[in-house]
Design a binder for this molecule. Structure first.
Ligand code: IPM
Ligand code: MN
Length: 370
């Protein structure tokens, strides 16, 4: 198969981790006989530096023409520390989500046996933890009306949702729940917010079409606690934009390192894949960042292309590096490997595994002939 991928390295550690994903994708292409073509495009602080615009028109055009987008990270402390900045890197990502209609952000939370000791939770609480967060991505307070009074004494951000906006992401979450343990938890604040009550109404109505799915409703404050107390209770978690942003960072610590977690943002056509970690400016250019969040995002991209065996091969390679201690500094402060070394090890594993598989098949074929 041939696929066109727009690569947006973005800021901070984005370029380093994305480079490892490309190496891994190329290894997969070689083994499985695909062609992946890459177009590089600008977004974020780097785009502001070079063009004055966090999301240049060429980037939007390139993304719209591609089968998928691989994105690194966004953000730079020089903007974070300046509340008066007129343009911000993050505006680029928010606009891209809107332009491409990426209304669902999917964040799987899994745990790895080799990393359980890194989790702040006790091993007992981590048993059976495997859930997936569906975060609405193009509505709510992130995209509501904003206002700052002229004298700067007052500001407001509106949180708004329409039924169709809720329905399309909820429907995806229900469908996903059907392919898993058939449990869906809606996280909201329906005891206070009108938008949350609308979410509940829509999800209650939709649940009639998915009678096999066991639905429960949880207020976000309680959910924040439950994710730590009893994370194994969750299967598919559905929530609005801002709550999803917050609880997915919280949930990420269960796995032992934020650096490991991938995400996919999907909509009606294009899809974007990015690690959930940020730009980690302190590590930028030092070749110490964990590339696995990006590499696992590439595995989600392969799933999106319906290349299931290919995605499984990437995940197997990742598990192999973790199980053998080929890990970055965030996972092991003393014995660690660089970002590039981990990329090379993944590529080697995928290549060697393919060769041994080919050799085994050759032997099997030979024995059938005999
Ligand atoms: C995320 C990030 C973004 C968000 C920022 C960078 C705008 O935190 O993808 O979770 O808040 O959505
Ligand atoms: Mn976030």
């Amino acid at each position: 198969m041939e696929k066109q991928i727009t690569v947006i390295n973005g800021d901070g550690i984005g370029p380093e981790v994305t480079a490892q994903s490309i190496k891994v994708l190329d290894a997969i292409a070689a083994v499985f006989g695909h062609v992946f073509r890459y177009t590089h495009a600008l977004m974020g602080a780097i785009a502001i530096d070079q063009t004055g615009n966090p999301l240049p028109d060429e980037t939007i055009a390139a993304c719209k023409m591609s089968d998928a987008i691989l994105f690194g990270a966004i953000g730079d402390p020089k903007y974070d520390n300046d509340p008066n900045a007129k343009v911000r890197p993050e505006q680029g990502l928010l606009r891209l989500r809107k332009e491409l209609g990426l209304f669902a952000n999917i964040r799987p939370i899994s745990t790895y046996a080799a990393l359980q000791h890194l989790s702040p939770l006790k091993q007992k609480q981590l048993e059976g933890v495997d859930f997936i967060i569906f975060r609405e991505l193009t509505g709510g307070i992130y995209f509501g009306k904003r206002y700052v009074s002229e004298d700067g004494q007052y500001a407001s951000d509106e949180c708004a949702y329409s039924i169709p906006e809720i329905l399309r992401v909820a429907d995806q979450a229900f469908k996903y729940a059907m392919s898993r343990r058939k449990k869906l938890t809606l996280i909201d604040k329906a005891n206070v917010l009108e938008t949350s009550r609308l979410w509940r109404k829509v999800v209650q109505q939709l649940s009639v079409q998915y009678t096999e799915v066991d639905v429960d409703y949880m207020f976000v404050d309680n959910a924040a606690m439950q994710i730590i107390l009893n994370p194994a209770q969750f299967d598919v978690v559905l929530t609005e934009n801002m709550f999803g942003d917050i609880i997915s960072d919280e949930a990420s610590v269960l796995s032992g390192s934020l650096g490991l977690l991938p995400s996919a943002s999907v909509g009606t056509s294009a899809a974007l894949f990015e690690p959930i970690h940020g730009s980690y400016p302190k590590a930028a250019g030092k070749n110490i960042a964990n590339p696995l969040g990006s590499v696992l995002s590439s595995a989600m991209m392969l799933d999106h292309f319906k290349m299931t065996d290919e995605a499984a091969a990437v995940r197997e390679a990742v598990k192999w590096t973790l199980a053998n201690g080929f890990v970055s500094k965030d996972i092991d402060a003393i014995n660690n490997y660089s970002t590039h070394e981990i990329g090379d090890l993944l590529v080697d594993y995928i290549g060697k595994k393919a060769k041994s598989g080919a050799a085994r098949n050759a032997v099997l074929n030979a024995s059938t002939i005999i």
